[in-house]
Design a protein around this ligand. Structure first.
Ligand SMILES: NC(=O)C1=CN([C@@H]2O[C@H](COP(=O)(O)OP(=O)(O)OC[C@H]3O[C@@H](n4cnc5c(N)ncnc54)[C@H](O)[C@@H]3O)[C@@H](O)[C@H]2O)C=CC1
Ligand SMILES: CC(C)C(=O)C(=O)O
Length: 348
């Protein structure tokens, strides 16, 4: 079933690359979600990714209790494409044109492959952008706040499984040392967690060495003998095949769309592995950006909202336990309830 409100696919005027903007829902407010600049075997795979990522943003905002809707932009780069600075600028301007044409229905921010400087460039063409650098009036890089929010989710899970929110001595495997994964690994190392890490980019090994982490190959890390696996790279890492290999008690991480298909949540549950839906654990970045840029909250209030992810996760785990649901089902039900509440009697 096609459940999105709007999907725009344009060939960029300058770059000739496919710019895909998916607006899943504006039921809670104008849509927001990051710009993913990534390689795909076929541009249609980029469309599939945009559809899934934008739907996840709707759920992310609903569970976080924020008045925004779900959207996402994907620029599907053919495999092997390397963008020189000029071509990168062309792509970003093409994205900005497309977003501007939506007249405020959707605003973009950073995601895989983009950051605050890219948002600054987009901001020269459209005002519908967030997470620009602070000196330009934006809330800056979302990734430290995404990492902080994921840490809050990990504390809730640790308390549930081990009776303490402290992570010192806990064994965690961080999959992906990009902007969020590296930040999170640093927070975990500072707390005394024993880390196993990986990234497909061998240069990231330096970060692991700096943190005293064990380096593992990307193909083997999901089977590592650890307490908690932390997906912090790309989506669809949890499949029937990889779930069968897991040796951990929980999977909690910031990577969007970790499940290859929704039924994988049941497989995890049947194996007794606690999985916190990614759209709950990864909300810190948008919570920070929206609370700062739209609601103009003071920094300590914003930080409290990011840290409140710990209570959200605890609440979901309680609900799941008391109603005989998986955490995934409890989160879906909460998101649907909040979306229905805005639709009024006709939508209930
Ligand atoms: N940046 C943010 O604030 C937010 C990011 N997320 C999600 O968190 C995840 C990471 O995002 P960022 O750190 O911003 O992206 P990034 O592009 O900075 O980092 C991604 C990292 O994953 C690595 N990687 C790719 N495939 C891999 C694989 N198969 N195994 C191991 N490593 C692999 C890449 O080499 C890169 O170092 C993404 O799924 C993103 O959608 C979610 C919410 C907010
Ligand atoms: C950081 C924001 C923009 C986002 O796209 C996400 O939370 O996935």
């Amino acid at each position: 079933m096609f459940e999105h409100e709007q999907v725009v696919i344009r060939s960029g005027r300058r770059s000739r690359l496919p710019v895909i903007v998916a607006v899943h829902s504006t039921a809670l407010g104008p849509a927001a979600g990051g710009l993913r600049l990534w390689h795909y075997p076929d541009w249609r795979d980029g469309v599939t990714d945009a559809l899934r990522l934008s739907a996840a943003m709707t759920a992310k905002f609903a569970v976080a209790g924020l008045p925004s809707g779900g959207g996402k932009t994907v620029v599907a780069l053919p495999e092997g494409t390397v963008l020189d600075p000029e071509r990168r600028r062309d792509v970003l301007q093409d994205v900005a044109d497309t977003i501007e044409s939506l007249g405020g229905t959707y605003s973009t921010g950073p995601d895989v492959g983009t950051g605050p400087e890219d948002m600054a460039l987009i901001g020269t063409i459209t005002s519908h952008v967030f997470c620009r650098p602070a000196h330009l009036g934006g809330s800056g890089d979302s990734s430290p706040h995404t990492a902080q929010g994921t840490l809050a989710a990990l504390r809730a899970v640790s308390r549930r499984l081990y009776g303490t929110a402290r992570l010192d001595g806990r064994r965690l495997a961080v999959v992906g040392l990009g902007r969020v994964g590296a930040g999170l690994a640093r927070l975990l190392a500072a707390e005394g967690a024993a880390l196993t890490v990986t990234d497909t980019d061998p240069d990231k090994r330096k970060i692991g060495d700096e943190l005293g982490a064990v380096w593992c190959s990307p193909d083997e890390i999901l089977a590592a003998d650890v307490d908690i696996v932390v997906p912090a790279a790309l989506g669809s890492c949890l499949t029937a095949h990889t779930v069968a290999q897991l040796r951990c008690r929980a999977v909690v991480g910031p990577a969007n769309n970790q499940l290859a298909t929704p039924d994988v949540a049941d497989l995890l549950h049947r194996r007794g592995i606690l999985w916190v839906p990614d759209y709950v654990a990864s909300a810190g970045g948008v919570v920070h950006a929206v609370s700062t840029e739209l609601h103009h909250l003071a920094p300590d209030e914003v930080r409290a909202r990011v840290d409140a992810i710990e209570h959200t996760v605890t609440g979901l785990l309680d609900t799941a336990e008391s109603r005989g649901r998986t955490p995934a089902q409890a989160a879906t039900e909460l998101a649907r309830r909040r979306l229905r509440a805005t639709a009024g009697p006709a939508g209930t």
